[in-house]
Design a protein around this ligand. Sequence first.
Ligand code: FPP
Length: 246
Amino acid sequence: MKNLTQEKGEIPAHVAIIMDGNGRWARQRGLPRIEGHRAGAQSVQAVLRACAQAGVRYLTLYAFSTENWRRPRREIAGLMSLLAQFMNENEPELHKSRIRLRTIGRLTDLPPAVQFALDRVSKATGNYKEHQLILALSYGARDEITQAVRAIARKVKCGEMDPAKIDEAAISRHLFTADIPDPDLLIRTSGEMRLSNFLLWQVSYAELYMTETLWPDFRENDFFAALEAYGRRKRRFGGLAGKSRP
Ligand code: FPP
């Protein structure tokens, strides 16, 4: 990685990743799909290390979408036990690098053992301020926005909120990501050019980086290549110059 600096805004504060291509990676090797997810979990470890090294403060990973429930039962069960295993095995690393674990999505949809592992590690790492790992689980952006609209409507109905006061900041405050800055960089692996219902509100001004690399092959150097590409972008947020947010 070249000498990118945080001061000049060359290092994104928040990177969000659509981890795609696990199934294709496994198929290319004649392996069951779950082996692609298992190798993908190692890429998660690699990217976590890279974030700590580069000084990326927030990393949001699309680990399971609301649409992923349509997959075969066996694959879902495999993914869920991989998640619980990941929590148990990587907790020491989260403590060592002072990474706070958080989750966004419909957590109550997950099997109790997975909820329990996530909850335990989230509480144990809850005081860390340096880095955050945010796992999007049973997550869908349209679902998130729908829930926010419902919460706002309830407040308006009982007179707690004035409709005239509903602005962009108020909507952001009602999303799962209320106290998390919007992503600066969105990475998608495996060559697909879609947002797939991921953080639709929050990525309005994010830089997009799409790579052909399949997620299980995406390791530290691929992440640093994405950061370098980001460092070369001129962010204007719809204005004419500078990097200031709207
Ligand atoms: C998309 O690849 C990937 C997923 C639906 C799951 C992502 C999960 C992991 C990387 C496992 C571990 C995660 C954590 C946080 C420990 P795909 O299966 O859609 O790939 P394909 O498009 O090639 O079929």
